[in-house]
Design a protein around this ligand. Structure first.
Ligand code: SF4
Length: 466
């Protein structure tokens, strides 16, 4: 926690000089004894509530506590779910609200999954004096054994410290609390998994550049039985333009009878502003031929020529596909392209690439990650090309397992992403953009997922309104 002033925020992030993963405490030696000391910038929630905090106080905690003590507050999912998972008891009186509104509700599963199951870091294994080579990081039983050994080791550490003369003379409760928390998490992880072993899957371990083990995570396939602990107010409102009632309820563990569903009959945006052409060029999949791929890229070229004086967006399913598109486009259209991902090779952020795009009157963004959460309003994009249907990554173990268990989930994930993609360039009533879909596989997704398509899309997809 040594402080350092760095003017360049991005460099600070790259150097890891941030507080975001810290526990806001450090071990210090006082009178020959190791104790934990809390960061001197950290205010208490009572100070913030009474406006008596020191100045300067930590910006992060000021924001967080301000939100907790306010009548209404706006949170990002990660910050809110962190509290719901780990600090619910601590902030109980501040969480007693009547309604929670969850925006972009189609993304909730991705958020919850980060909080259930568990991650074990190599540092924890070292702290417990365990040998990571003793465990099989592909096997669930071996991971259960690891959580068990960790819990045992933490319990022994706690017992030894409590019985020590040093502790009897001068108890260090912060140290004990930290160990107890890690003990409880290991124990809880084992209980969660043992309660429903078939529901958990061991992901591939993350290793460092030298091949040393860094992190292993064990995640549930079905999050529904954990979801309700994140939704505890009397009423919840889930908002999204792309969810359907039955798959959402199944996924979130909600009883359909407890849920009122509002499916807006008609989009508030005029149909002529959001036209969609399903061009059915070729079906793209692992089995497609080179000719199929090139035919799709040729069509992208043609559409870009037709929109030669406008900005646009091309969406596809993976980074290699982006690279292939850029390799085979005509020279003049390649000059218009900016590849944009959440992390980019040249270190630019997504926002920086989009800002550059805004200054290029005929720029076209090419991405496998801008399917959602990006706002290309007005002439930031007047045409969008969906080159390939964005199926979830089938090579991930959890995706495969979830698909086997819930076949419709795979379709609903794909459909949601396509529908989200449709909305990237039409952001208001007066905004307009033309959408072209090139991959024939989209018909199959619409057919399999027809019950899940919200009514507001029926007109542009030529479906009968019911
Ligand atoms: S209290 Fe704030 S400044 Fe201090 S370590 Fe935590 S996040 Fe950083």
């Amino acid at each position: 926690m040594a402080s350092e002033k760095v003017d360049n925020e991005r460099r600070a992030m790259r150097w890891g000089l941030t507080c975001d993963k810290g526990e806001c405490q450090e071990r210090v030696n006082k009178n020959g004894k190791e104790v934990f000391e809390v960061c001197k910038f950290k205010p208490t929630i009572n100070q913030v509530e009474e406006n008596t905090q020191d100045s300067p106080s930590c910006h992060y905690y000021m924001q967080k506590y301000d939100a907790l003590v306010s009548k209404h507050s706006l949170w990002n999912y990660h910050a809110f779910f962190t509290i719901m998972k780990f600090n619910k008891k601590l902030f109980e009186e501040y969480l007693d609200r009547k309604i929670t509104v969850f925006d972009e509700a189609h993304k909730i599963e991705d958020q919850i999954i980060q909080f259930v199951g568990f991650d074990i870091f190599s540092g924890q294994i070292d702290e417990c004096n365990l040998n990571s080579e003793k465990y099989d990081f592909t096997d669930l039983d071996s991971m259960i054994q690891l959580t068990d050994d960790m819990a045992f080791s933490y319990a022994k550490k706690i017992k030894d410290i409590k019985e020590s003369a040093a502790f009897q003379n001068n108890p260090d409760y912060e140290l004990i609390t930290g160990l107890e928390r890690r003990h409880d998490r290991s124990t809880q992880a084992k209980i969660d998994i043992m309660s429903d072993k078939d529901n958990f899957i061991v992901n591939n371990p993350v290793k460092d550049l030298n091949g040393n083990f860094r992190i292993i995570s064990v995640k549930p396939i079905d999050v529904s039985k954990f979801a309700n602990s994140f939704f505890e107010t009397e009423y919840q409102i889930f908002m999204s333009a792309t969810i359907d009632k039955s798959s959402f309820c199944e996924n979130m563990g909600l009883r359909q009878d407890d849920v009122a569903f509002v499916d807006t009959q008609k989009s508030p945006f005029p149909i002529e502003n959001r036209s969609i052409e399903l061009l059915n060029i070729r079906r793209l999949s692992y089995g497609s031929t080179e000719e199929d791929e090139l035919e799709v890229i040729k069509t992208i070229d043609r559409i870009m020529d037709e929109h030669s004086d406008e900005r646009g967006l091309i969406l596809t399913s993976s980074i290699p596909r982006c690279q292939k598109i850029i390799r085979y486009l005509s020279h003049k259209n390649t000059q218009r392209i900016r590849i944009c991902h959440s992390k980019n090779k040249d270190g630019k952020t997504q926002d920086e690439v989009i800002s550059e795009h805004a200054t290029d009157p005929t720029g076209v963004l090419l991405s496998s990650s801008l399917w959602e959460g990006v706002d290309l309003k007005d002439d930031l994009s007047r045409f969008q090309i969906i080159a390939k249907v964005p199926y979830p990554n089938y090579t991930e173990k959890r995706t495969r397992a979830k698909m086997d268990k819930f076949p419709l989930w795979y379709t609903s994930q794909t459909l949601t992403k396509i529908l989200q993609g449709f909305g990237r360039s039409i952001r208001s009533e007066d905004d307009w953009a033309k959408t072209y879909v090139l991959d024939t596989a989209v018909n199959n997704v619409f057919f399999k997922g027809q019950q899940m398509i919200p009514k507001a899309y029926y007109d542009v997809l030529g479906m009968d309104n019911v």
